[in-house]
Design a protein around this ligand. Structure first.
Ligand SMILES: NC(=O)c1ccc[n+]([C@@H]2O[C@H](COP(=O)([O-])OP(=O)(O)OC[C@H]3O[C@@H](n4cnc5c(N)ncnc54)[C@H](OP(=O)(O)O)[C@@H]3O)[C@@H](O)[C@H]2O)c1
Length: 257
């Protein structure tokens, strides 16, 4: 569906690295105009140069998703320079390894602020205009880690559960407005987020494969898309397991060292 992105303006948060960077390069190649947001503006500038060198259209804006006003200003600049925002991909996110015995509330708050409230700020910066125009697409990059709690991942799992349920509620509220919502639940993808880990990550995907699956799900307007299917099936089975069985399995399958 190469034509899907033609004449569309796309805002991606967390575009300086990993999945966000991959989405930016792929969507630019398919004709989308990109507004790229992350804190490291100098890294975004390099991605913009790469996109422009291939005759694509992109602008870089250094902003922290935790800053509601900065996001509003960034969205305003993207609208002014590239046109109304058609697609938001709320992708910026961080992960921490946190065993319950070493719980630090500030670290949990940090994860929630970026992964959940950062996405809320991103939505707030684009949604009023989408509703007014009667068209738009909100995309959340959630995670299979948000289905149930995992070992040493309380903050991350909770943040992804909150993010996906937040977007699910939006999807219901926005029915009949012309604004659609797609929630993406990736498994493990090779990016700087996962690169430092020694623990085994089942069905770990190459970045390009993961990015292509996400782009295709957005193009198809999927309401919900969990992948790879093998891991998604295991995770869905976990949803119906009694707690004692789930805990036994989850303890033996820690994805963080
Ligand atoms: N990799 C996986 O296996 C996997 C699986 C499931 C879901 N995900 C999700 O996919 C998303 C992208 O992850 P990734 O693997 O591509 O990680 P990554 O390579 O570490 O990229 C994270 C991106 O988020 C940005 N970011 C972090 N804090 C930010 C803040 N406060 N304000 C603005 N931008 C911020 C970073 O840019 P700056 O540092 O320049 O700000 C970076 O561009 C995350 O939401 C992650 O939870 C990843």
């Amino acid at each position: 569906m190469a034509n899907y992105w033609n004449n569309k303006t796309v805002l991606i948060t967390g575009a300086s690295s990993g999945i966000g960077r991959g989405l930016a390069l792929t969507i630019a190649k398919r004709g989308g105009r990109l507004g790229l947001i992350a804190r490291r503006e100098e890294v975004l500038d390099e991605i913009v140069s790469e996109i422009r060198a291939a005759n694509g259209t992109a602008i870089a804006i250094g902003a922290d998703v935790r800053d509601e006003n900065a996001l509003k200003q960034a969205a305003g600049r993207i609208r002014a320079e590239l046109g109304p925002i058609d697609v938001l991909i709320a992708n910026a996110g961080i992960g921490v390894t946190d065993h319950a015995a070493q719980l630090v509330p500030e670290k949990v708050a940090e994860v929630m602020n970026v992964n959940v409230l950062g996405a809320v700020n991103s939505v707030a910066a684009v949604l009023p205009q989408m509703v007014e125009r009667g068209s738009g697409q909100l995309v959340a990059i959630a995670s299979l880690a948000g289905y149930r709690g995992l070992a040493k991942s309380a903050a991350y799992c909770a943040s992804k559960a909150a993010l996906s349920v937040f977007f699910e509620s939006l999807r219901i509220d926005l029915r009949h407005t012309g604004v659609t919502v797609s929630i993406i639940y990736p498994g493990f993808i090779k990016t700087p987020l996962t690169s430092g880990r020694q623990a085994k990550m089942p069905y770990l995907m190459e970045l390009d494969d993961g990015v292509n699956k996400i782009v295709s799900a957005i193009e198809k307007g999927k309401k919900s898309y969990a992948f790879p299917w093998q891991l998604a099936t295991v995770v869905r089975a976990g949803l119906v397991m009694p707690a004692s069985l789930y805990d036994w399995i989850a303890e033996r399958n820690s994805f963080r060292e």
